[in-house]
Design a binder for this molecule. Sequence first.
Ligand SMILES: Cc1cc2nc3c(=O)[nH]c(=O)nc-3n(C[C@H](O)[C@H](O)[C@H](O)COP(=O)(O)OP(=O)(O)OC[C@H]3O[C@@H](n4cnc5c(N)ncnc54)[C@H](O)[C@@H]3O)c2cc1C
Length: 472
Amino acid sequence: MATWTPSTIDGELGGSFRGELLLPTSPGYDAARRIWNGAVDRRPACIARCVGVADVSAAVGFAREHDLEIAVRGGGHNVAGTAVCDDGLVVDLSAMRAVWVDLAGRTAWVQGGALWGDVDRETQAHGLATTGGIIGHTGVAGLTLGGGLGFLVRKHGLAVDNLLATEVVTADGSLLRASADEHPDLFWALRGGGGNFGVVTSFRFALHPVGPTVLAGPVFWAADDTADVLCFYRDFAAEAPDELGSVVRLGTVPPLPDIPEHLHWRPAVSIACCYAGAVEAGEHAVRALRRFGTPIVDLLAPTPYADFQGGLDDTVPHGWHYYWKATSLPELSDDVITVIADHAFDAGSPLSYAAMFHLGGAVARVPREGTAYAGRDVAHHIVIDAVWLPDESGERAAPEAAWARRFLEALQPHRAGGVYVNFLDADDDSGRVREAYGDQYSRLAEVKARYDPDNVFHHNKNIQPREAGPAG
Ligand SMILES: Cc1cc2nc3c(=O)[nH]c(=O)nc-3n(C[C@H](O)[C@H](O)[C@H](O)COP(=O)(O)OP(=O)(O)OC[C@H]3O[C@@H](n4cnc5c(N)ncnc54)[C@H](O)[C@@H]3O)c2cc1C
């Protein structure tokens, strides 16, 4: 095994690399190693900021040759911080954010470092969209490779259900195209199996007409009304048309410009909806919701889809400290509603909250074995987000994390097992990767053994390789 020093990196990798190589002594190194979760503080030996596929291949090859740990950074948004590693090489795709829309074919090629805000902006220029996350600064790559939830899931499926092809640099540095026709086993695994199989340099998505104006926004009720609101929501969501996507948020009212100041930071439950169809039909679909109980503020209105998608970006900024716990829920039973109402507002920090994504519709119609994403029968994914400011770490970190763990523990007897892999945190969640995949895990382990037998890509929600048949 060749050894390395900063001058080896500059000399050997630098000779063929078009992007930027950031070493601990480089200006910009500290900014480049930072990710969304400010609690993650790792110092890689080198951050290889790639500008193309050849850079990615060279960086992977160099790291392998010199036995350097590899981390892959897409949007840098994973709470567990797997986009950066200590003492290794970060394959950083943050300079590869291009989006090309093929209007005639209604598809888009998206580079592996793009954010959902990039995709929404380019596709909405043509009145098109695909399912993406609910925060614009989340990365396309990590979100898609784990499944991909968003407001369009019920109508258009998960992000992976819209994936038509990918280009992947595998562990041996070669570039493969994976689609239904090329390396179908790899394509199956990439649709839910995370970053285990290589570095995806671009994704091709199917697009759909959406908006550009949609009926969308949140309705808020006081926290005391939570149990009643969730009982109502259980039936409302179960009967919702596929066009209606919704996410429940339990926390304090964020200080958004559209919300009267006297309501800011007040504990509240909100249901945000987006109707992926005609605004008038949307008005009909949300009528009962808006009339339920006594909302403290109702922001549901015809809104440009791209604006709605970016509307919550400032509520979860880069650099705050985050710790998550999550689980899938088969249904909102009375017991689950009681646990949620009892725990959601027990956090010490006004920044902490829980979010619950409604699924079903098109997600549930894809056969379970069709993709590696395992939660086809899940009705709701809940994620409990403990949040505090960097300078509050001393007093807040432990109690906020304990709140998230207590909340999950209380849900434990009422859940059927299963968790969305993209909501798993580090350390105490590392044992839950098998839970995320259930009986899909062994097939994923076989594909892993074909494409990454040495587990080069293990700085992730790791799937261990298991010997299997030849590549497809
Ligand atoms: C505020 C916030 C909101 C979120 N909202 C949603 C949501 O609405 N829907 C949803 O489904 N999820 C959501 N998530 C979870 C999100 O899906 C994950 O955090 C996801 O990992 C983010 O992807 P990324 O590329 O930004 O992450 P990164 O941290 O860059 O990457 C995470 C992992 O993905 C892999 N990876 C990244 N890029 C590549 C690549 N190009 N090729 C191969 N592997 C790669 C690597 O293993 C890496 O360690 C949200 C997360 C946050 C923090």
